[in-house]
Design a binder for this molecule. Structure first.
Ligand code: FAD
Length: 290
């Protein structure tokens, strides 16, 4: 199924992101998590590009296959340029096709010391063009950045660069997480003015643990509005209250985005089915009945 076609039929598409477990022994627990997430009626679940076979973890393909074959949930498999080339990408696409998965999120990938640059794909748009020609039946999704990608000189230039993804054949954009909806609305206006016509799903991550503040918030380079920093300052030493406040903040963000007309909302649930369920409860009245 082409997930991008949902955007013409639903006022707001609801989706969740998960990541493959690092150890194969954790896959059974992960499957329980995904079963519980499936009960929240997501229109799709995206699976990050994970450890991969050689590292001993569960692969993105295995998780996507489980979602599709066992749970009947439409998956989007992330794939990246870094460390890949046309031969490896072709093999991955064949594996996905064999698993019944035909939606991919084509990314450049984060630069890490263990990931060499790709000789074939400098940018996500090169990978998108390759997938488009190798698997014309696949639906290709891509990333965007409401506050601009950190390597782009300006937000305007980053938005202009989205044209490459659209022209190469992407059909839907998923945003980087953000904590201030004002950035999303501003970005969307800029993107539409720049000729980006693709539907855009707004990505929200609930911050429910102190460790996330140090890692995720710092790494994402998302700016922090005063409501959010006040919440953190108030509850950072009280884990139970921080958890509750983090869920409430994400619900507040998501309700505003849905009511503000976002094409889709994408929950970075960090493999936490309890958090995903609590947030779904807080927004389900705004989502179309399934
Ligand atoms: P690109 O589109 O290549 O953009 C990178 C930079 O180049 C930007 O500054 C952009 O403005 C510029 N640019 C883009 N196209 C061109 C062009 N044709 N010519 C010149 N300049 C250009 N990382 C992982 O490793 N695994 C994951 O599973 C993963 N999932 C993600 C999911 C989402 C929704 C998002 C938002 C990010 C995810 N990432 C993941 C992180 C992502 O790989 C990084 O942010 C990476 O640095 C950029 O990826 P991109 O696809 O946006 O790259």
């Amino acid at each position: 199924m082409k997930i991008s076609q949902l955007f013409g039929t639903k006022p707001c598409v609801f989706s969740i992101e998960c990541f493959p477990p690092k150890q194969t022994t954790q896959f059974a627990a992960m499957q329980d998590t995904l079963r519980r997430m499936a009960q929240l009626h997501p229109d799709f679940i995206s699976v990050t590009y994970g450890a991969g076979g050689s590292a001993g973890g569960v692969s993105t393909v295995e998780v996507a296959r489980f979602l599709k074959q066992e749970l009947g949930v439409e998956p989007i498999a992330h794939m990246i340029c870094m460390g890949s080339d046309k031969v490896k990408a072709a093999a991955l696409l064949d594996q996905l096709e064999a698993a019944g998965v035909d939606n991919v999120l084509a990314l450049r990938g984060d630069r890490t010391p263990t990931r060499p640059e790709s000789p074939d794909f400098a940018h996500a748009s090169d990978l998108i063009a390759y997938v488009r020609s190798a698997k014309p039946g696949f639906d290709i999704h891509a990333a965007c950045y409401p506050e601009g990608h950190p390597e782009a000189p300006t937000l305007a230039q980053d938005v202009a660069n989205l044209r490459y993804k659209q022209e190469a054949g992407a059909t839907h954009l998923l945003t980087q997480l953000f904590f201030d909806n004002g950035h999303f609305y501003r970005f969307l206006n800029m993107a539409r003015r720049a000729g980006i016509t693709l539907p855009v799903s707004a990505g929200v991550m609930p911050i429910v643990r102190r460790s996330q503040i140090e890692r995720t918030v710092a790494l994402s380079s998302a700016s922090l509005p005063s409501d959010f920093t006040r919440m953190i300052a108030r509850w950072q030493d009280d884990p139970v209250s921080l958890h509750k406040a983090g869920v409430e903040y994400a619900i507040y963000q998501l309700r505003d985005l849905i009511e503000g007309g976002a094409d889709g909302v994408h929950l970075y649930a960090m493999n936490d089915a309890d958090v995903a369920a609590a947030i779904y409860d807080g927004i389900r009245d705004l989502l179309p009945a399934t």
